[in-house]
Write a protein that binds this ligand. Structure first.
Ligand SMILES: [Fe+2]
Length: 335
């Protein structure tokens, strides 16, 4: 390892300590680093993306050069760092990278406690209702995020793609409203209660991505659509939900399935590719910002799902006669 080499960390990487060993994990693997001082090594890894050269890192973390070189070699061997970042990427390269992330992230997102408990029937009916209510609000939020993204897109071609996507999406909350009615929940009452703050936070983050860069928005939107475009997975999930929660035959899952079929027909799963595909050059800085934004968006979605599961678990079943949401757990929350 040469002293002037400037290694760059590949994103995303989580750094933890477990039984005095440093654990580095990304979406697919966990790597244990033995024999390296955990604190100094973690600091070294955090400094990598500041563009420090190998010899500068040694003095910053009070380790000798030999130690630093050994740690950097391990990181490089495990594919966690690169030493030569290209100055630009093509749109197709970024799209391929994003599709790889989406595959791993969908696995993480939809195997989490909320979705797993719904698919296995372990979630309480009030949590199922809460999930439906927040999905309804979020889908309705297409009016707050997609129209906004189209308006903010500086690139004419991308604006047209967003505008068409919006025209196809703006009224899809009607499917969720119908599903709520079949669960005996009045959508007007759900409107009066309003969404959970975390549902608003997800919509807000989409809007922030749109302001930052239309490509950041396209990457976040692509993650959402990649979940909807996995038709076989969606169908299996809805079938399981119907079996567990609709023994009376209200048919509340039917509108959800129809929505999934409609989105599949529109080909919304390809929008991210359509946006990125023809772009000849994206600077490394811009590409990093896109990946960081969508990685944060994925974490925000995870927090949203956790909040839905918790909020509706500690609350009594939805009661459309109430005029506002209760945030504190109450003794009445038994059923
Ligand atoms: Fe839709």
């Amino acid at each position: 390892m040469q002293a002037r080499v400037r290694p760059l960390l590949r994103f995303p990487l989580q750094i933890d300590e477990e039984k005095k060993r440093l654990v580095l994990s990304n979406d697919t693997e966990r790597i244990f680093l033995d024999g390296a001082p955990p604190y100094a090594t973690a600091t070294l890894i955090e400094r990598l993306n500041a563009g420090s050269a190998a010899d500068e890192l040694a003095s910053a973390v009070y380790l000798d050069q030999r130690h630093v070189s050994a740690i950097l070699s391990v990181l490089r061997r495990e594919g966690l760092t690169v030493e030569e970042e290209p100055e630009t990427y093509t749109g197709q390269q970024i799209a391929a990278l994003l599709l790889g992330f989406y595959r791993d992230w969908n696995e993480a997102l939809f195997s989490g406690p909320l979705w797993h408990s719904l698919a296995t029937g372990r979630a309480l009916p009030r949590v199922l209702d809460g999930w439906l209510i927040e999905q309804y609000h979020f889908i309705r939020g297409a009016n707050a995020r997609l129209a906004y993204a189209a308006a903010h897109a500086g690139d004419e071609r991308i604006r047209r793609i967003f505008a068409r996507h919006y025209a196809e999406e703006y009224d899809h909350h009607a499917f969720f409203a119908e599903s709520l009615r079949r669960r005996n929940i009045d959508p007007d009452a759900a409107d009066r209660f309003g969404p959970l703050p975390t549902t608003l936070a997800v919509i807000n983050m989409c809007r922030r991505a749109a302001r930052l860069d239309c490509l950041c928005y396209a990457a976040c939107s692509g993650l959402l659509e990649s979940t909807g475009s996995d038709a076989a997975r969606a169908r299996a999930f809805y079938k399981a939900v119907a079996e567990h929660y609709d023994r009376e035959g209200s048919g509340f899952v039917e509108p959800l399935q129809k929505h999934s079929d409609l989105d599949e027909g529109f080909g919304h799963g390809n929008v991210m590719n359509d946006v990125f595909g023809p772009i000849k050059s994206i600077t490394a800085d811009r590409a990093n910002q896109i990946i960081e934004t969508v990685a944060l968006f994925k974490e925000t979605l995870q927090l949203w799902f956790a909040d839905i599961a918790r909020s509706y678990f500690i609350s009594p079943p939805f009661d459309g006669r109430l005029v506002r949401r209760h945030y504190r757990p109450r003794l009445a929350a038994q059923n």
